[in-house]
Design a protein around this ligand. Structure first.
Ligand SMILES: *Cc1c(COP(=O)(O)O)cnc(C)c1O
Ligand SMILES: [Zn+2]
Length: 466
């Protein structure tokens, strides 16, 4: 499986422009027309395996860090760098697990629900898949400093990879908008952390403006290499399903990097003849950060063979600005009103017969509780996928015996505040803390029992309980 880095190049996603750029350039938008860039490949020049199952031979070579990596064991499918340049810290050792309890709870009577648990990554979220690829490219481009705007997980992952390869990490975060576990990681890894008085969308704008002036290599998902790494999440889903394509991939939508990467992964596999059909993709917003749902669901925005209605997007953003409307959701990882990968996501929805839904924070937290009751727990944003799947089953869009894969994007300890509040507060205190649950108590609340240090009392409680 030889490799030639010249087989890859960068290309504008706008078909009317389609400008191409050398693979070594560090760009986050097309200099010609401002649209996003893709990594494109001259597949003829790459020795791609004839069947996906050919990748299995790497399972026997787990002592080789590249074959161990859940990203680079699929390296022919993201072949933009020579092997000796690839960066890995063991990302992608993730788990697809079948969850029958949760399947029943969300109405899948056929019981075919799988959770792709990305919380097992080194930094505890799927972002590591993308960072392995972005840092590989950062080194190819000769970068010294990496930067991102972040709701938390991007910075945690970036800071960890920067530390591993000896680069400086510069983090732009909106003040008060970062979950504790994620901030802890960024600070501990030595990242220079700028707490900006503003929200994520402000931080995102500023990092892009600061990058050329301060020589920063941007690793947000506007970086097309990030998405190449995140394609591998889908390869691992297929791998775990013995290379069978599921009916549905359900994913939370924030900056829409994942949904875009998943779409690209399946489009390429299909073109290469490595899969014979596309799964459908469902992207799930929170009702408090629902730009994609509004634009696609209400306003009918679509990819339209690449001629996206830019005016409709500008008009909606103008409306947000005029009203001072900010994203607000307990799922901070998807608390984003201006998703940078919007157009790529539209392309993915078009190719994968996709749907978009929004779910309220109450549902996200209830489903988060249920995820943890039947397997490894997750952070709030991750549970949006399960809440979305439940809604789509209820609507009859997802069939009861469809094979459904929900992406569980991050580990439960990323945001420990939320489950503590959900499970320990009641009444007004709970409403104040989480800004929701005006009802008596959350559905799956698990209140701790306060008790004296007294054996008889303990025995009494245990006899009364389960
Ligand atoms: C980044 C993130 C998301 C959002 O993913 P996008 O690719 O930006 O849509 C969802 N969940 C978690 C845990 C995240 O860290
Ligand atoms: Zn262009």
């Amino acid at each position: 499986m030889a490799k030639k880095d010249s087989a890859a190049f960068q290309r504008c996603i706008n078909p009317a422009c389609a400008a191409t750029f050398d693979i070594h350039e560090a760009l986050t938008a097309c200099p010609e027309c401002g649209n996003l860039l893709d990594i494109a490949y001259d597949w003829e020049a790459i020795e791609v395996p004839k069947r996906l199952s050919d990748f299995e031979r790497r399972w026997a070579r787990r002592t080789d860090p590249l074959d161990f990596s859940g990203v680079w064991r699929f390296r022919e499918l993201l072949s933009f760098a020579p092997e000796e340049a690839l960066v890995t810290i063991g990302e992608g050792q993730t788990l697809l697990y079948h969850n029958e309890t949760l399947a029943r709870q969300i109405g899948l009577s056929g019981g075919n629900l799988h959770l792709q648990y990305e919380g097992l990554n080194p930094s505890g979220s799927f972002k590591d898949n993308g960072m392995a690829a972005a840092f590989t490219h950062a080194r190819m481009a000769g970068a010294r400093r990496a930067a991102c705007a972040s709701t938390g997980n991007t910075s945690a992952s970036m800071a960890m990879y920067a530390a591993a390869v000896g680069m400086q990490a510069v983090i732009f975060i909106g003040s008060g908008k970062i979950a504790y576990g994620k901030l802890a990681q960024a600070l501990d890894s030595g990242g220079l952390t700028l707490q900006i008085r503003g929200d994520f969308d402000d931080a995102m704008r500023l990092v892009q403006q600061a990058a050329p002036r301060a020589g920063l290599y941007v690793v947000n998902s506007v970086n097309p290499f990030r998405l190449e790494g995140q394609k591998t999440i889908m390869y691992r889903v297929l791998e775990a399903l013995s290379w069978e394509v599921p009916d549905w991939i359900v994913v939370p939508g924030g900056n829409l990097g994942n949904s875009s990467a998943f779409g690209k992964a399946f489009i390429e596999l299909h073109e290469l003849g490595l899969i014979d059909r596309m799964p459908r993709i469902a992207v799930i917003n929170s009702t408090g950060a629902h730009t994609l749902h509004t634009l696609v669901g209400d306003k009918g925005l679509s990819w339209g063979a690449g001629s996206v209605d830019d005016e409709a997007i500008a008009k909606y953003y103008g409306y947000l600005d005029a009203g001072g409307l900010r994203a607000h959701t307990v799922a901070t990882a998807i608390e984003i009103n201006r998703p940078v990968n919007l157009k790529k996501c539209l392309r993915a929805l078009d190719a994968a017969d996709g749907v978009v839904r929004e779910v309220p924070d109450e549902d996200i937290l209830d489903m988060k509780a249920l995820v943890a009751r039947s397997g490894p727990g997750c952070e709030p944003a991750s549970a949006a996928s399960v809440a979305g799947a439940r809604l789509l089953v209820e609507e009859g869009v997802i069939g009861k015996s469809d094979r459904v894969v929900c992406i569980i994007t991050g580990h439960v300890l990323k945001d420990p505040d939320v489950p503590v509040k959900y499970n320990s507060l009641t009444g007004e205190a709970l409403v104040d803390a989480l800004g929701l649950f005006s009802r008596e108590a959350p559905k799956y609340q698990n209140l701790p029992v306060e008790i004296d240090a007294d054996l008889e009392q303990i025995v009494k409680v245990l006899e009364g309980g389960a």
